[in-house]
Design a protein around this ligand. Structure first.
Ligand SMILES: [Zn+2]
Ligand SMILES: [Zn+2]
Ligand SMILES: [Zn+2]
Length: 326
């Protein structure tokens, strides 16, 4: 932690402002209703959310099994998977923080549906729902959408989380994230916002300046275990944290976000606790990005902003979207 460093003069890269799309329909956008996609398929006239198999999937469901191990040094195996895209709205310009509760609830319901349907496929062991927002995070199209990648083995980060959930439970007979959330709620230094079912915290170990962790208050392992009321409360908290992000630098705040849920191989995973991560790249203005380079690539992450200060800034950012202020 080096909070004194934010004072240093900046001669580095300045990004262009992240401006939200300004048209509700873009004839050149392959995610807008009725338009033709590059692969030839046509996006239908959808009214709410729309899910389709990615025309350029990173993984394929029918790849031939392949495995090799050369001297224990070169180890590899083929990976089967299904990659989908989910448009949040037919409107080209309607991002999460600008959606109303009903529209956002439709997105939450779509996620539950996809997680359940993909998870029920016998060979699918993990379903990753994630959103890249903004060019800075590599989003290839500003039309609000997320991706869903489902595959037959547990990816690296969820594997590490599972190991931590397991070892904490074995040692303390309790849940790692239930205990962590309890502690954060007591300390109330890094909590950004909360409702009856969810809380958002800038985690103690945050690496990105305005990284946050969204936690369910109830110990559940996946979004399909949410009650109807809890889905509304998830809708509520997602809108509130993203409005705060947009307000922070009065920009369409870029981020990668995604849910971590229990693997879908049929086991209960009672140790797993539903949560989502937000990883935003911005550091001190809408144009200045945090780069993970040098010491961070070679040795260890380093922060210029304390997580407490980041939580404070996000708390002060308020929950009326800056574009709605008179
Ligand atoms: Zn569009
Ligand atoms: Zn828990
Ligand atoms: Zn996680």
């Amino acid at each position: 932690m080096s909070p004194h460093r934010t004072q240093r003069p900046w001669l580095g890269k300045v990004e262009k402002l992240q401006t939200p799309a300004s048209v509700t329909f873009d004839p050149n956008c392959y995610l807008c209703p009725g338009n033709r996609r590059a692969g030839g398929a046509q996006t239908p006239q959808y009214a709410e959310t729309y899910v389709f198999d990615n025309d350029y999937p990173a993984m394929l469901p029918d790849v031939a099994p392949l495995q090799f191990d050369q001297a224990g040094l070169l180890v590899g195996k083929s990976e089967r998977g299904i990659c989908r895209v989910m448009c949040f709205s037919p409107r080209h310009d309607l991002t999460v923080p600008r959606m109303n509760a009903r529209e956002m609830r439709g997105v939450v319901d779509g996620w539950v549906e996809q997680y359940s349907a993909l998870g029920q496929i016998p060979w699918i062991r993990h379903v990753q729902i994630f959103e890249n927002r903004g060019e800075m995070m590599g989003a290839s199209n500003p039309h609000p959408h997320c991706q869903i990648w489902a595959n037959d083995s547990l990816p690296n980060l969820p594997s590490r989380e599972l190991a931590s959930f397991e070892s904490y439970r074995a040692e303390k007979h309790s849940c790692l994230l239930c205990d962590y959330l309890q502690l954060e709620l007591q300390l109330n230094e890094r909590i950004v916002c909360q409702n009856e079912a969810f809380a958002v915290v800038v985690p103690f170990w945050a690496v990105w300046p305005f990284e946050s962790l969204l936690l369910s208050k109830r110990h559940i392992a996946s979004i399909d275990q949410l009650t109807g009321e809890e889905r509304d409360l998830l809708t509520d908290i997602l809108r509130r944290i993203t409005i705060r992000y947009d307000n922070l630098f009065e920009t369409a705040f870029p981020y990668s976000m995604g849910f971590h849920q229990k693997p879908t191989d049929g086991r209960d995973y009672e140790e797993w606790h539903l949560h989502a991560h937000y990883f935003p790249p911005l550091l001190r203005s809408a144009k200045i990005q945090k780069f993970m380079v040098g010491y961070e690539l070679l040795s260890s992450p380093q922060r210029d902003l304390t997580p407490e200060a980041a939580a404070n800034r996000l708390r002060d950012a308020g929950e009326i979207h800056y574009l709605d202020r008179s």
